[in-house]
Design a protein around this ligand. Structure first.
Ligand code: ZN
Length: 384
């Protein structure tokens, strides 16, 4: 099957982040099995989702992992010109469909070149690593990378994460972590606001403290010009379950905030400083309301940043494969940092433009899909 035909199948599975991916996983597994390949599953706890990995070629050190995620983002609220789950040739050189670009296009390229991999006399192995739940916080990347380490006696050297980058090698990726902060206040008449403790007012001050913390990081020179924006961002995106009426002091407030760190910042340090500040606030609020409390918990696990130094051998390797010499860095979360953390030299490099990802009428150009196939064929030649 050509990459376009495979992509048609992959796009037809509406597997959203957070939901079961068994339908698409089984289709991929059947395809692998037809080619005579054995594979390993990395299931979630209740068996409703699973990652897949397999090796093609000899069990020797120095192989290359090709990584992709099988889930996509929702289409609700978006106005699509075509059915998002029917790959549609627009006649304009573009193939439209949810996930065509992010990132079933890359998986289709991998699967399309599989017969060539099997025929080639590979001296170093290639691994496929396909995950789930990437779009809701890279929830399966760590376990997938760990399972590759545990399953194979040999050690793969490189990991190429095929997120859409127009096949530009990307060596930096911000990390992300999401926290949930909850406050309780004293419910009283609103006229007594100066003797009560309003959970909403205190929460608002904490959110402004977080914004100020971001500003202080920037002012102290914590920037990295490879990224846009060039600094760690701290942002409160959800404020909920707060307040009963305009004339009652709120006894409850809750907000979610995300931290997107450049590699030289550390989300844990930011959390630590925030919690220290919360302790001071708590001491002072308890003078008016002894049961006052602020708690902060992890809402989405930490996705580590990627910072692949240019002296690593994967850098010239991926430059040659992709035919591009300009290295990039991205501000979105991806599994690349997780693969790097597991001990593989890692880069992001895949077909399609991230500008099309997550949008209505997402597409991948046929040219990019062809170039993705060419890159993987080139990989097969290099490892043969
Ligand atoms: Zn993606």
């Amino acid at each position: 099957m050509r990459a376009e035909e495979i992509l048609e199948h992959l796009v037809s599975f509406p597997v959203f982040g957070g939901q079961s991916n068994l339908s698409i996983a089984m289709w991929i597994e059947e395809y692998l099995a037809e080619q005579g390949l054995t594979f390993t599953n990395v299931p979630n706890e209740d068996g409703t989702k699973r990652s897949i990995h397999c090796r093609i070629g000899p069990a020797v050190d120095g192989g290359v992992i090709l990584s992709g995620h099988t889930d996509v983002v929702p289409v609700e609220g978006q106005s699509w010109s075509h059915d998002p789950f029917t790959l549609t040739d627009g006649g304009d050189g573009k193939l439209y469909g949810r996930g065509s670009c992010d990132m079933k296009g890359f998986i289709a390229c991998c699967l399309a070149v599989l017969p060539d991999m099997l025929k080639a006399n590979l001296k170093k192995p290639i691994y496929f690593a396909f995950s789930y739940d990437e779009e809701v916080g890279c929830l399966a990347g760590d376990a997938l990378a760990a399972s590759i380490n545990d399953t194979y006696a040999e050690k793969p050297k490189y990991a190429i994460i095929g997120e859409p980058s127009m096949l530009q090698p990307v060596v930096g990726q911000k990390g992300i972590v999401v926290y949930k902060t909850t406050l309780n206040g004293s419910a009283g008449h609103s006229s007594g606001i100066r003797k009560e403790v309003s959970a909403i007012h205190e929460a608002a001050r904490l959110i402004l403290w977080l914004e100020r913390k971001m500003d202080r990081l920037i002012e102290s020179g914590q920037t990295d010009d490879r990224f846009v924006p060039n600094h760690t961002s701290i942002h409160c995106g959800v404020f909920k379950q707060s307040g009963a009426a305009h004339n009652i002091v709120s006894d409850h407030a809750c907000f979610l905030w995300d931290v997107r760190v450049i590699p030289k910042d550390n989300a844990g340090d930011i959390l630590h400083e925030f919690e220290e500040h919360c302790r001071q606030v708590t001491i002072s609020c308890r003078e008016r309301f002894p049961d006052f409390q602020i708690t902060t918990e992890l809402y989405h696990p930490n996705v580590v940043a990627l910072d692949t130094p240019e002296h690593l051998s994967i850098v010239p390797f991926i430059k040659e494969l992709s035919g591009r010499n300009d290295l990039g860095a991205v501000s979105y979360a991806a599994e690349a940092g997780q693969f790097a953390e597991a001990g593989f030299e890692s880069v992001i490099c895949g077909p399609g433009d991230i500008a099309q990802a997550h949008r209505a009428d997402e597409f991948i150009s046929k040219e990019q899909l062809d170039k993705g196939v060419d890159m993987i064929r080139q990989l097969v030649r290099k490892l043969s």
